[in-house]
Design a protein around this ligand. Structure first.
Ligand SMILES: NC(=O)c1ccc[n+]([C@@H]2O[C@H](COP(=O)([O-])OP(=O)(O)OC[C@H]3O[C@@H](n4cnc5c(N)ncnc54)[C@H](OP(=O)(O)O)[C@@H]3O)[C@@H](O)[C@H]2O)c1
Length: 350
């Protein structure tokens, strides 16, 4: 059994930990907390050991913490860093590299420039094998992960017939748990979004992919509006949808009026954290006009990267084949079952 520490217990860290606790191959050493707030007791009530930075031990004297993050890392085989963007790099330099400890980083970090945490941006659909046995790898962000689940199957099927992808990312303002973060009544434009460059790290640096992004006041998922241009006449919508029939983490829905419908269904079905852990093609919005297919899919902002982290951990810790890692992740996340339920609930009505 391997020992894994999760450094950070926010939206991402709390989800990753919940699933890791169900993994018989993993012992969760504990989680790292940096602020002495209610989440410390929440984590403890969930049966987790909470560790805090050595120099902050005094701030946590009113809590039943288990020790310092530094000591927890000494007893770990791998750390999953779930820090706010930018802190992962500092943790790498100050905590993980000095211990020669393998680490997974989240999408708020970078794989380019001086503060790069890794030279590999992971997407299980595109480059699983490259992560096998590697020491430092960054999991792509939610939008970057979602785009891969659409682009890779399209490329596998249509290859050189694809001319260009234009994507508008409509990004959610805040996460469901971030109740203290107010939604602003505005549509915010994002200058030079990083998502296109990030996707090209696994999709190819010369890929004809053009990405724009805006942010809207909702907590209910991201939506990607994608136009795909073909060399000749574009395939019919049914041919596009068919491609995703057996794709991991892609559900095809016909009757969801909006992203909140999908979230509400996940909540009613008791899905963990109300996550679907996948993207949802809104099939009623797919059209084929001349040489172009227009489509929209929503991206479960926080949930989507959790099974990806689990796949990545298996590549790094156990050097498993894609098939073995996939089967194990499926046994814990039940993605096939969730997909089927979502598709049945939002099925086409004749
Ligand atoms: N939220 C999403 O939908 C989403 C999706 C994909 C990727 N990501 C990426 O995942 C990462 C984490 O995001 P999040 O949404 O989970 O953030 P979050 O909810 O703000 O949680 C961040 C957590 O990190 C802890 N922390 C603070 N300083 C730290 C440090 N120096 N080292 C380690 N942990 C530290 C915080 O502890 P305290 O609360 O105790 O201060 C908190 O528990 C970011 O890179 C983000 O871009 C987020």
């Amino acid at each position: 059994m391997k020992q894994v520490f999760v450094n950070g217990y926010g939206s991402i860290g709390s989800r990753i930990t919940a699933f890791l606790k169900d993994d018989p191959e993993i012992l969760v050493v504990g989680v790292g907390k940096y602020s002495p707030d209610d989440d410390v007791n929440l984590a403890i009530s969930r049966g987790l050991n909470v560790y805090v930075p050595e120099k902050k031990l005094d701030d946590f004297k009113d809590f039943k913490i288990s020790g310092s993050i530094e000591s927890a890392l000494d007893n770990s085989d791998l750390v999953i860093d779930a820090a706010p963007g930018g802190h992962g790099y500092k943790n790498k330099k100050n905590l993980y590299e000095p211990r020669n400890l393998p680490a997974i980083y989240q999408g708020g970090e970078s794989t380019m420039g001086d503060d790069a945490v890794s030279d590999l941006l992971f997407n299980s659909r595109a480059n699983y094998d490259l992560a096998i046995g590697k020491h430092h790898v960054m999991q792509g962000s939610c939008n970057v992960t979602g785009m891969g689940r659409i682009l890779e199957p399209l490329r596998d099927k249509f290859g050189d017939n694809l001319i260009r992808f234009d994507v508008t990312l409509v990004r959610r303002w805040a996460d469901i748990e971030q109740t203290d973060k107010k939604l602003s009544d505005t549509i915010e434009m994002t200058e030079k979004p990083h998502h296109g460059d990030d996707v090209k790290l696994y999709f190819g640096k010369d890929a004809p992919l053009y990405v724009r992004a805006i942010k809207v006041p909702t907590r209910q998922m991201h939506l990607h509006i994608m136009d795909i241009r073909f060399k000749d006449t574009a395939p019919k919508p049914s041919e596009i949808h068919e491609l995703f029939t057996n794709e991991f983490g892609v559900a095809t829905l016909w009757t969801a009026k909006g992203t909140k419908d999908v979230r509400d269904y996940a909540q009613n079905m008791g899905f963990n954290f109300t996550d679907t852990n996948m993207i949802h093609i809104h099939a009623n919005m797919t059209t084929s006009i001349g040489d172009t297919v227009q489509m929209m899919y929503s991206d479960d902002q926080t949930g989507i990267v959790i099974p990806e982290n689990h796949m990545l951990m298996q590549a790094m810790l156990f050097e498993k084949s894609y098939a073995d890692a996939f089967a194990h992740t499926e046994s814990i996340f039940h993605m096939v079952e969730k997909k089927q339920k979502l598709q049945e609930h939002f099925a086409k009505k004749d």
